[in-house]
Write a protein that binds this ligand. Sequence first.
Ligand code: NAP
Length: 257
Amino acid sequence: MSDSNSVRTAVVTGAARGIGRAIAERFAREGARVVILDLDGAASEVCASEIAAAHGGEALGMGCDVSDRASVEAAMAKAHGRFGSIDILVNNAGVTRDNLIHKMSDDDWDLVMGVHLRGTFVCTSTAQRYMVEQRYGKIVNISSTSSLGNRGQLNYSTAKAGLQGFTRTLALELGRFNINVNCIAPGFIDTEMTQATAKRLGFTPEEYKAKRAETIAIRRVGVPEDVANLARFLCDDEASYVNGQVIYLSGGPETRR
Ligand code: NAP
């Protein structure tokens, strides 16, 4: 977020809680204006006002379904109208609908593809118009170690692998406009998403985290701030030669499970 004297505007999707919120807070701490987009408009507004109060900057929260083009275009236009630029986009909104293939419904497949793949496409194609015009932009897509294969997550794993190809191709297309596109693929991060997985598997969140930590090289699960720190680095001008990369963030080298 450094380099010029201008204050950056960072749009983070799915940011009313979890990893997205931590990313928005990290950017606000760096002095950026943050735009919180999430399905729940009221939660987005509360989150934005809490971040603004905590960090003293400007924050805007809006209800937005990332898979709905009209909703995304309206939100981005409002953010641009308020702050005058869209410099950073973090495509973070996500859902899981886990099941083995013989139990996975078409709706579970379509929803996960719709939020992760269509949502990232719609948000990016909208934001890049502003970024190309201003000849500046940073885009970070949130993939997952599940992209390497994870039993019971056929839809999610497919979508998260897709985001890696999306990142590489977009980096090739947008680099000439001074827009960097990178991807973070986190392993286990302690959020409501992983707490729901614990419950589904019959564990308490603490039991599940302890069990998962045993398999992680540094022997702890990740926290949202781990992802936020890397997102901040990728969106800093000190990282302007990092482009089209997928960075696994999982407490160890990523191996096939
Ligand atoms: P989370 O706590 O469930 O937060 C996800 C947020 O995205 C929720 O606020 C959710 O809103 C919102 N969202 C869902 N669908 C949306 C849509 N169509 N439009 C706008 N917002 C939408 O999950 P998280 O753990 O922070 O995950 C954030 C991202 O990291 C996701 O892309 C996830 O796949 C990825 N990731 C997470 C982990 C992990 O271990 N936690 C690991 C690797 C990757 P609602 O609550 O209203 O649905």
